[in-house]
Design a binder for this molecule. Structure first.
Ligand SMILES: [Zn+2]
Length: 82
């Protein structure tokens, strides 16, 4: 389950700054020497706070969220809009 974004102001589909809060539970596995390996990370909560277009700087109302399914059409590559 992934979300893509589209900037209505300039048509950008590929480059965004995303500010998000992620809450996770993970297994922190330490070696005897104290070296940490993080395993089995589970995302408990993921909130996207702000998305900003890297091309024109638009945010909030100009940024549309897209379900990946409606874009992919089987290829995973969205069509360019003119
Ligand atoms: Zn833009």
């Amino acid at each position: 389950m992934a979300t893509r974004y589209r900037c209505d102001a300039c048509g950008n589909l590929t480059r965004f700054d995303v500010v998000a809060t992620k809450r996770t539970r993970a297994f922190h596995h330490f070696s005897v020497g104290g070296e940490l390996t993080v395993e089995d990370e589970e995302i408990l909560d993921h909130v996207v706070e702000q998305v900003t277009c890297r091309w024109c700087g638009a945010s909030s109302a100009s940024i549309q969220e897209l379900e990946v399914d409606e874009l992919s059409g089987g290829t995973g590559v969205p069509e360019e809009k003119s």
